[in-house]
Design a protein around this ligand. Structure first.
Ligand code: MG
Length: 178
């Protein structure tokens, strides 16, 4: 028995790639926030700006985790994101599709951690597995809310006002880590 269990190279590289994926997500939601602002929806822009902050924190949680396992973080280039969407509904639909892809990436990390019998990584990844259930649910809720007011300017105005009130809460893995 080793006295210290090392992160496998495969899991190290996959988590490092996930840091990049989370930063790409942040960049995607920042672009949606800016496009919503340009379209006159300040509340929708706020909702996506909160998403932008949350994704940066997801990257931070993975970076902290690699550091805590004595595994070096290597920052990779962040690919370009789209800059315009057809509508607010389109943005929320794309959000759901994107979060489903992220869920698959997180599940793949969990498969590797399971194969490695790396219980510390499994424990950290469980937080992300739960988080992805919430991310997909909130995207579906936003699709339903936007569809409910489709074609109704006053309804969209009220929904935008409601989304302006969304505030950001630091995710629990970072809440005590500062
Ligand atoms: Mg994320």
């Amino acid at each position: 028995m080793e006295d210290k269990i090392m992160l496998s190279t495969k899991l190290h590289q996959a988590i490092n790639a996930q840091v990049n994926a989370e930063l790409w997500s942040a960049y995607l939601y920042l672009a949606m926030s800016l496009d919503a602002e340009a379209k006159g929806y300040k509340g929708v822009a706020n909702w996506f700006f909160v998403q932008f902050k949350e994704e940066q924190d997801h990257a931070r949680i993975f970076m902290n985790y690699l550091n805590s396992r004595d595994a070096k973080v290597e920052l990779l280039p962040i690919e370009a994101v789209p800059s315009t969407w057809d509508s607010v509904l389109d943005m929320f639909k794309q959000t759901l599709e994107h979060e489903k892809k992220v869920t698959a990436l997180i599940h793949n990390l969990a498969v590797i951690a399971n194969d490695d019998k790396d219980y510390a990584s499994i424990s950290r990844l469980n937080w992300f597995i739960d988080e992805q259930v919430e991310e997909e649910e909130s995207a579906r809720d936003m699709i339903a809310a936007t569809e409910a007011v489709e074609g109704n300017k006053y309804g969209m105005y009220m929904l935008d006002k409601e989304l302006a009130a969304r505030t950001y809460n630091t995710p629990s893995p970072l809440a005590t880590a500062e």
